[in-house]
Design a binder for this molecule. Structure first.
Ligand code: ZN
Ligand code: ZN
Ligand code: ZN
Length: 275
């Protein structure tokens, strides 16, 4: 599989639009990997994970081609992951010469309701079709087997993290979660495969002991150690930390140095990982 990180930031992005902190000022000056847009990733150029407002920017800057994408899986309803207003741009009379239709969007209850509010009752289902998903109810999309797991995050956003399997390979995409809930650990303990790649929330960067709602480097290590202990990770597993906030108070360059102390790699916008 090939995972391309299109956006690697939390809600504000780095730099935050109105922010004048050291990290945001540095990002504007240095640009490159210091600039981080809102969360989105793309598997094998075809399965899109999350749909923030920055999707348009990812089309312009990172070569995202939505015309080739027929399935989108959403982690939760927060705006840095899900901005359904823009699906209006695919409606009849707005987008022309659409060959494959509709675009399938897999989303939990809160996201579904948000889409209803933003797009209205007429969802134009010939162009955009929403499918409700729930934790621990696996589903198949194209040649992917997708298992949503419970996350520890704002419960009103109905958050999930994902196991995504294809061709004997397995990815754990775990953003916007604190230390996993017991139900997720119970599932993982019975999971009889190893992950080739795990992508962990690092909103708090080098802060210490951020355990609820988001994670930081030292709690990522705790999660990684437990995943190793239960046998779903080993030394061959690639470990990236991702989903960054200026509240973590480190620049990308500083974070790379800190993450290395834990053996973790740091994502940046447009990074591609093949596994
Ligand atoms: Zn987020
Ligand atoms: Zn800032
Ligand atoms: Zn969130």
């Amino acid at each position: 599989m090939k995972l391309k990180y299109l956006g690697t930031a939390a809600a504000e992005g780095i730099p935050g639009m109105f922010c004048n902190c050291r990290v945001c000022r540095n990002a504007l000056k240095i640009r490159g990997k210091e600039i981080k847009t809102r969360s989105q990733a793309l598997l094998d150029d075809k399965l899109l994970i999350d749909f923030p407002a920055d999707t348009y920017m990812h089309i312009l800057n990172h070569g995202l081609d939505l015309r080739n994408i027929h399935n989108v899986i959403i982690t939760h309803s927060h705006s840095d992951h899900f901005y359904p207003n823009d699906f209006w741009c695919r409606f009849e009379g707005i987008a022309y010469d659409i060959v494959e239709e509709p675009l399938n969007i897999y989303v939990t209850e809160a996201g579904y309701n948000k889409a209803l509010r933003q797009l209205g009752e007429d969802m134009n289902e010939t162009r955009v079709k929403f499918h409700k998903i729930a934790p621990f109810e696996p589903f198949d999309v194209e040649d992917y087997h997708i298992i949503p797991l419970a996350a520890d995050h704002d419960s009103s956003s109905n958050p999930v993290i994902y196991i995504i399997e294809k061709g004997g390979k397995s990815l754990l995409y775990a953003h916007d979660t604190g230390i996993f809930p017991d139900s997720t650990w119970d599932y993982l303990e019975k999971y009889n495969k190893k992950f080739e790649l795990i992508s962990l929330d690092c909103t708090g960067m080098a802060q210490k002991n951020l355990r609820r709602s988001h994670l930081c480097l030292n709690t990522d290590k705790e999660v990684y150690d437990r995943l190793t202990e239960i046998g779903v990770c080993d030394k061959n597993t690639i470990v990236y930390v991702n989903h960054f906030s200026h509240n973590g108070m480190l620049t990308h360059k500083e974070l790379v140095v800190e993450a290395e102390k834990y053996g973790f790699l740091v994502t940046y916008d447009s990074l591609e990982v093949v596994f």
